[in-house]
Design a protein. Structure first.
Length: 313
């Protein structure tokens, strides 16, 4: 058996058992992929896939266990490569961050600015997506770290650590009646159309839960994944916005006014995640420390070894 066979098996599953697509993804031929998988099955003495004619349909029971071992082996191979690269070139390489728009637009610029000063030879890439896409990029080795508020902290195949806490802001046009309220209440928002995040982004679950607990049904007229979109429609008078606190800046957003809303919707935690068992290069640890002063290399390594159950901000 060899690593090529393992890669063919893994890619066949990733491509929903389509060997033609698996071959394209690996820049090889479909007959070659099929032949290599059959040879691996013959060597192991079991069928990895169920078949209908010449087409594979799904994993067999032993196939599921074999895939698990294949994933671990290939991950270790990638780790070995990264160890070599890390020690051969401590201050250069490719570094991919998967994150949401809010994090990329508002939380990361300061961090990335400092990081690129320290590591000018590192080629940095930011891939934006929703939390499920971010987790998928980590699991498929398409990103080194993921940053999001929702979703990534619950995947058992990821090591997730709290990065920073934040609260929401209610935003309005200047001279809006809500600005006269000494203590904003959820009931005050019920008289206005609301504009806020899509259900999978930026603490939206906390917003929905707060209204539900008071048996209130807010008039949400627009949902977006992008705080800039929310602010744009608040500016033109479509409604009152609810955004992450980090997305509002009084100096920058001069056509808007902000009202702190932590007392309404509680606090949120943005998490930083890496794939379980991944090898992190030296500059990745530096980035993590720049992103969250509460994290350091020792804490991250403890988390990677399973010693992070009780760690919270």
């Amino acid at each position: 058996m060899n690593l090529h066979q393992f890669r063919f098996v893994r890619e066949a599953v990733r491509q929903n058992y389509n060997l033609t697509e698996a071959a394209k993804a690996l820049y090889t031929s479909q007959p070659g992929v099929s032949k290599a998988i059959i040879e691996l099955e013959e060597e192991l003495g079991v069928d990895i896939f169920t078949r209908h004619g010449k087409r594979i349909r799904s994993l067999t029971e032993p196939g599921r266990r074999i895939l698990s071992s294949v994933e671990k082996i290939l991950q270790e191979v990638e780790s070995l490569k990264r160890v070599g690269m890390d020690y051969a070139a401590q201050d250069q390489g490719n570094f991919t961050i998967a994150t949401t728009h809010t994090q990329a637009r508002y939380a990361l610029p300061r961090v990335i600015s400092e990081f690129t000063k320290r590591y000018p030879k590192v080629r940095l890439s930011i891939q934006q997506g929703n939390p499920a896409q971010i987790a998928d990029m980590l699991l498929h080795d398409q990103a080194d770290i993921g940053i999001a508020t929702e979703g990534i902290s619950s995947d058992k195949n990821l090591v997730s650590l709290p990065g920073y806490q934040w609260t929401h802001m209610v935003i309005t046009p200047p001279e809006h009646p809500l600005l006269d309220k000494k203590h904003l209440a959820l009931e005050d928002l019920m008289g206005y159309p609301l504009i806020t995040y899509d259900a999978n982004f930026a603490g939206r679950t906390k917003i929905d839960k707060a209204f539900a607990l008071r048996h209130l049904a807010p008039d949400i007229v627009l949902e977006a994944i992008d705080a800039d979109v929310i602010k744009t429609y608040v500016e033109i008078g479509l409604g009152v916005g609810i955004v992450a606190g980090v997305a509002y800046d009084a100096e920058r957003d001069r056509n808007l006014r902000g009202i702190a809303a932590g007392h309404l919707f509680g606090s949120n935690v943005t998490h930083l995640a890496v794939k379980q068992g991944a090898y992190l290069r030296s500059f990745v640890y530096t980035f993590i420390e720049l992103f969250s002063p509460t994290l350091n290399r020792k804490l991250v390594e403890q988390a990677m070894s399973g010693e992070h159950e009780a760690y919270e901000l």
